[in-house]
Design a binder for this molecule. Structure first.
Ligand code: NIG
Ligand code: FE
Length: 417
């Protein structure tokens, strides 16, 4: 109660926000939200809430949180993270500072491959602790739903171990975790020069084992120069379809890949999208596939260029924002940081950044029925920010103003009014 600005992000029409509707955050001033049993039951003005007959009768049974004029919005939906790793990549960090780029570092044995050893040697419980620590940190920054990828094990055993760690950590966290199998993140050293054989292993051994154990909802592939080709990505998507797993991909981070052949598999999301051919935008806009930007990676890799978000938004494509939390290109768990970068470097407005980080993130995970907006019937996932205007959320970069998150009705993080 006593919410200064409630950003509802309530639906104006069906489907993800596109074009002008991306700026419509659905503000209610002086608002209240009533949650029961992990669900949102009603939202409205404080005046209406105080007059509500049910609430008047049951007021003593209700736990009231006095927000004292602060901003409340749907918990962020971070639709792209890689939390299953053991060590920060500090050598890569220093090499990049001395002038090496992402591809050069990978070619010299750094990059994704340098995280494999740690994951292969780690016990499942050690990985579970790492993932849980990341989830706890995410919720401290306002995130209540997170997609979590495997992808640093790159063997049958270590990919299963990674996904099991995600599952075990998710059980301890009150928020919602969507697991993704990213066996095709890099060709591991023992398959060097035999990428097709590794793709066969991913499709014929890893994926059936993941599907059988119900360890993932999505299959992802890093489709780019130095990783997997568009043909290999299509092969992986086709195998996922056979196992009834939905798909998403890393696309266009380093080099351009044409989207047409991949859009046929109806990916929930295509992520990074730094290098995209303009001619592909109409087909993307026609589809339900969300373009997910991860500006934390551009920032951390020290790139001068960011994806041209305005071009995507104007074409009618649905866009989302995510952290891409990982030890190589984006070691941040902060959605407000990703939003701040989207505003300053991609010219998205604060309102657009918020919609991209909430309701469109939910669409990117196919969870928009229950996540991403504050509406009666949806899960009680809320973030309270210690600011009085929502535009302050991306404005104050580098400090955390989230003071409370509520995940499926369960409060997390310190409340210090
Ligand atoms: O999304 N691009 C591929 N995967 C990650 C980077 C992973 C890593 O460097 O460890 C990304 O940026
Ligand atoms: Fe990624």
């Amino acid at each position: 109660m006593n919410i200064g600005q409630l950003l509802t992000l309530r639906a104006a029409a069906h489907g993800p926000r596109r074009g002008a509707s991306l700026s419509d955050v659905g503000i209610i001033q002086d608002a209240a939200v009533l949650c029961v049993g992990g669900k949102i039951v009603s939202i409205g003005s404080m005046k209406d809430a105080l007059r509500d007959p049910w609430l008047r009768k049951n007021r003593k049974k209700v736990v009231e949180i006095d927000c004292r004029g602060r901003v409340i919005l749907p918990g962020f939906v971070d639709s792209h993270t890689h939390p299953v790793f053991t060590h920060p990549r500090l050598v890569d960090f220093e090499k990049r500072i001395s002038g090496a780029n992402y591809e050069e570092i990978a070619a010299a044995g750094g990059g994704i491959r340098s995280s494999i050893d740690g994951v292969r040697k780690a016990s499942k419980s050690a990985l579970t602790q790492k993932v849980f620590a990341a989830l706890a940190d995410l919720s401290r920054h306002g995130t209540t739903t997170v997609e979590a990828k495997s992808g640093y094990g790159l063997s049958l055993e270590s990919e299963l171990k990674s996904l099991e760690a995600i599952r075990a950590a998710a059980r301890e966290w009150p928020g919602t975790v969507v697991p993704t199998f990213l066996g095709a993140h890099a060709v591991p050293p023992e398959y060097r020069g035999r990428s097709q054989e590794y793709v066969d292993l991913v499709c014929n051994e890893m994926m059936p084992a993941v599907a059988k154990r119900k360890l993932a909802q999505f299959v992802d592939v890093f489709c780019d120069r130095g990783a997997f080709s568009a043909g290999e990505a299509a092969h992986i998507f086709a195998a996922a379809e056979k196992h009834k797993l939905a798909v998403r991909a890393h696309i266009g981070q380093i080099s351009e890949t044409r989207l047409g052949p991949l859009l046929q598999y109806q990916p929930a999301s295509l992520d990074h999208m730094d290098h995209v051919n303009d001619a592909d935008l109409p087909a993307l806009a026609q589809s339900d596939t969300v373009a997910t930007f991860v500006p934390g990676a551009n920032y951390f890799l020290g790139l001068a260029k960011y994806p041209n978000a305005r071009r995507f938004i104007e074409s009618g494509a649905a866009v989302a924002l995510a952290t891409d939390y990982n030890p190589g290109s984006s070691p941040t768990l902060s959605m407000p940081m990703a939003m701040s970068l989207a505003c300053t470097h991609m010219k998205m407005s604060p309102a657009e950044a918020i919609a991209a980080a909430t309701i469109n993130g939910a669409w990117a995970l196919r969870l928009a029925e229950s996540k991403g907006s504050v509406e009666a019937g949806k899960d009680a996932d809320l973030a309270v920010f210690d600011v009085s205007d929502y535009r302050e959320i991306p404005y104050w970069f580098g400090t955390n103003h989230c003071m409370l998150t509520i995940m499926n009705g369960v409060p997390g993080g310190p409340l210090s009014p």
